[in-house]
Design a protein around this ligand. Sequence first.
Ligand SMILES: [Zn+2]
Length: 298
Amino acid sequence: MNNLIASLTLVSLILFAQASPSLAQQEEPSVTTQSLRGPLHLLQGRGGNVVASVGMDGVLLIDNDYAEFGPAYEKAIGLLTQSDLAPGFIVNTHWHGDHTGNNEFWGLRGSILVAHDNVRKRLNTTQRNEALDMTVEPSPAIALPIVTFADSLVLHFNGGDVEVRHFPAGHTDGDSVVFYLEQNVVHMGDHFFKDRFPFIDLESGGTLAGYIANVKKVLTMVDDQTLIVPGHGAVANKADLQRYLDMLQVTTADIAAALKKGKSVDAVVSAGLGKQWASWGEGFINEEAWIRTVAAGQ
Ligand SMILES: [Zn+2]
């Protein structure tokens, strides 16, 4: 487990931090905006991707990045709405701080927070992650989702249905994927790191098998015209998601086969996964961290 700690230390900084990691202090928070379809816009700062629906009903946000990015999002949303209205609703795809870091910021401005039951449970209690040697303290009450659900709910907003559907035991135990039915746009949260190895939070109820099953399931629910917003990375399509599933299946099968033959995890790490997957390790999760996650998730 010690090696897993070493290889995941940066991940703990990036994915869990509630306060500013030192890395972030080097850059002034700023947010870029990209039009998707109809009322939908992709907003990107430094954490998880944010999708804003902007229209006659106001603003609905999916996820909200790190805490220090609150004012930058407020500015970006103000430019889209030409007003200073806070989002009416905010959905959290899961509890990690790079997706929920501004729950407090927006809660204080009157936004209604919506998430799966387990997001509220985890944000409301101390989260201890042994592999990352990280403790995240409970959030203040204003930062907790006040509308929670077990399976799914639909928001009828800006002329369309927005289905928020729970996918169990994947990246964590509280993940949702958001389907904008009219626009054929999907926000996958951290069930999709485009062209990168994923982080799977095994200590927050995530599982390797569930993660792969969930990606497979989403692939059956999209078509070639669907715009797929990953938790991290650029806007993608079905072919990109299929390539991601292929990577998950091939690399996990290779790692499992090597371990079954009696190789140690360290030996699998030194042998590596091969050139074909080298570029997938250039994100949050490098090849070593991915191999150790897969080994721990067997
Ligand atoms: Zn996450």
